[in-house]
Design a protein around this ligand. Sequence first.
Ligand code: PMP
Length: 372
Amino acid sequence: MLYLDNSATTPILPEVREQMFTYLENEYGNPSGKYYKLATDSKQAVKKAREHICKLFNSTENEIVFTSGSTESNNMIIKGVADYYAKKGKHIITSKAEHVSVLDVCIFLEKKGFEITYLDVDSYGRVNPNDLELAIRDDTILISIIWANNETGSLNDISTLSTIAQQKNVLFHTDATQAVGKIEINWAKIPGVGFLSASAHKVFGPKGIGISIIREDEYKQSIPFTPLIHGGGQENNMRSGTYAVHNIVGFGEAAKLANERLIQNSEQMKLLESSLTQILKNKFNDHISFNSDDKKKIPGVVNVRFIGVNNEILLKKLAPIIAASSGSACSSSKPSHVLQAMGFSLKEVRESIRFSLSPYQSLKEMKVFEQL
Ligand code: PMP
């Protein structure tokens, strides 16, 4: 079976697994403990992992806050900023093509009296910077825009969008979950971004661990927000809870490898993607159309419409040989809101499939499509 649902989750690399085992077997100490070796070893392991993650993003160590994944990071930041700045304003801007863990938080906040502007997106799912500029108001407290779309791979121009936010003095968050390990994310070069969400299991690390990156100013002050989880005060009081050391160590190793292999991995995914699209074109020519842009996107995501064919029926038939999906695993029971925001009819949405590749796959493996 060829696994082409890497946008949903990736397998854990052997190097990552090996590092994690140590902290599942012998090294079980709580990093918040003091004096004895089991605790200080664990503390050291968390620090080392944090360093690897910082290198991948070019952020500082204090700016990394461990969470359980991007869903939590998105909740933490949007709810946290909304609560902290509610007296200043109650307007938030996002887009119609966000992940549900952003959209559902916005719907929750609407019920609490916040006003949300959902920006339209173009036919590839991207936000137009002019639309953002026009939507900003005096009472806007936060803008949240996805970096790379999880269904189409389309990239938003985060540098331009966050600069607009900065010029208007509005906080900016980006959900970078799908961009990590596929394009360079240089935190130091996007000063307009105040908050970023990412998750380990999209970059060959374990599930249940992610980060929020929270911008520090020149006086080492983090942008304030109300914590989502209160308790022991870990992570500078921004996210309480005992450190999941094995997961953090796994994320650290996955980040180290993603950083070292960024160029080679993205080149390999480009190669695989062009091979896959060529095979699909040759095989199905007029019966398919591509929903992903071939330029401003992350490599490795091919969203394609099989004209006149129901995607659920096709996916079920493919399942013994190819594992793929109709879009986001987090909203798999509903027709894609992303494709609908891009202007697709419900019928077109129900004919669309996402194939998402891994840099650890080979050209030879793509040949399975020729046998369909
Ligand atoms: N945002 C995006 C863009 C995603 O693709 C995902 C994972 N499907 C999430 C957020 C949620 O991440 P996690 O599974 O780590 O909670």
